[in-house]
Design a protein around this ligand. Structure first.
Ligand SMILES: *Cc1c(COP(=O)(O)O)cnc(C)c1O
Length: 220
């Protein structure tokens, strides 16, 4: 089932779009099944769960932290995490930088932008993110590499709403590139799109989709 799902989804993705298989809450056996079907990038949202799975699975997996990350949990993943998607504060970035320095690593990160209507979602708003990049503060972190932006659309069946939100994120991404505050070769990841909305996200310019339930089945 997992292998078939992966095959079907991969076939629907343009070549330049990277698939993150979101395996949160799923047992390692299911991740192994996806691995055996060729999947090498997995997304988790709980640091301890990711660490425990990483220890049990092959070394050539790239682990992506996709959820809100508390500063006191950075230590669980800093030695191996490949990409942190949801950086939503400077405080978190400082902690990642500090821990990465100790681990003698440079860790790739995305800045999370709040595009959904929901109040409680994490992330910088579109004005704040422009200000953040313009401030020059991001360049001060020597052990963090800012690779792009990430966002989540409102959970709604209103496709126009979702499209509008993804367009907003793509626009933020383009404005940052135009501002010349980043290098094009480095700042090149736009992570948007999940099981229910990834086609809309790709049409809007996403090049990294985070897909869970369409691969592994629904979560409880
Ligand atoms: C759970 C999760 C996903 C995957 O959601 P599905 O609807 O199962 O594809 C993607 N991104 C984030 C940030 C998530 O927490």
């Amino acid at each position: 089932m997992i292998a078939e799902n992966l095959k079907r989804i991969k076939a629907s993705l343009p070549d330049e779009v990277t698939l993150v298989a979101v395996s949160k809450t799923k047992p390692v056996e299911m991740l192994q099944e996806a691995y055996d079907a060729g999947q090498r990038i997995f997304g988790e949202n709980r640091p301890q769960e990711m660490r425990d799975k990483q220890a049990q699975l092959p070394d050539d997996i790239a682990w992506h932290m996709i959820g809100h990350l508390q500063t006191n949990k950075v230590k669980y993943i800093i030695d191996f995490v490949d990409l942190i998607h949801a950086v939503d504060s400077l405080k978190l970035l400082e902690e990642i930088d500090k821990r990465a320095a100790k681990a003698d690593r440079i860790v790739d990160c995305l800045i999370q932008v709040h595009i959904a209507q929901e109040q409680s979602k994490f992330g910088f708003d579109t004005a704040e993110v422009q200000a953040l990049f313009a401030s020059g503060k991001l360049a001060e972190f020597e052990h963090v590499k800012i690779r792009g932006l990430m966002g989540m659309a409102t959970f709604t069946s209103d496709k126009d709403q979702v499209r509008m939100e993804f367009d907003k994120l793509k626009n933020s991404f383009d404005l940052i590139l135009e501002s010349k505050s980043v290098k094009t070769q480095v700042f090149n990841i736009l992570s948007m799109g999940m099981s229910g909305d990834y086609s809309i996200a790709i049409a809007a310019g996403s090049n990294m989709v985070r897909i869970g339930s369409s691969i592994f089945g629904s979560r409880n």
